[in-house]
Design a protein around this ligand. Structure first.
Ligand code: ZN
Ligand code: ZN
Length: 131
């Protein structure tokens, strides 16, 4: 499938990538440089990282948003998209992520509609007694 590179507009073919080979390599190289710089300079700001690695500030923010960096610049300014709590990685804080965890909520039903097992047993009892 042919598509246009999001960065330079060049036509290329790849099933999942949105960047052409050249731009993808550039982003990967920047990512490596940013990651390494932050590991060596954990207190660095976004501007410092951009300057030191010759990367685009937007690109660094993109890495941060994607949660790809284990160390983020100290002024990354990430906040949870749901509650606004400052966070280090990703888009949603740990608390909200816990609430969104599909294993803690079964299906699209709201919490209040879940019937406790006890009342279900009682209901089955009533049916049995009626017979
Ligand atoms: Zn490109
Ligand atoms: Zn939150």
């Amino acid at each position: 499938m042919l598509k246009n590179c999001e960065e330079c507009g060049k036509v290329f073919a790849h099933p999942t990538r949105v960047l052409c080979e050249d731009c993808y390599k550039k982003v990967q190289a920047s990512y490596q440089a940013v990651k390494e710089y932050l590991q060596q300079h954990p207190g660095a700001t976004v501007a410092e990282v951009a300057q030191a690695t010759e990367s685009d500030v937007d690109l660094i923010y993109q890495f941060i948003r994607e949660g790809r960096l284990s160390v983020v610049p100290k002024d990354a300014g990430l906040t949870c998209e749901i509650c606004g709590t400052p966070i280090q990685v990703g888009r949603i804080c740990r608390k909200c992520r816990g609430e969104l965890d599909p294993s803690s909520v079964r299906g699209p039903q709201p919490e209040s509609r879940k019937q406790p097992d006890e009342s279900r047993v009682r209901y089955l009892d009533q049916i049995r007694r009626r017979r």
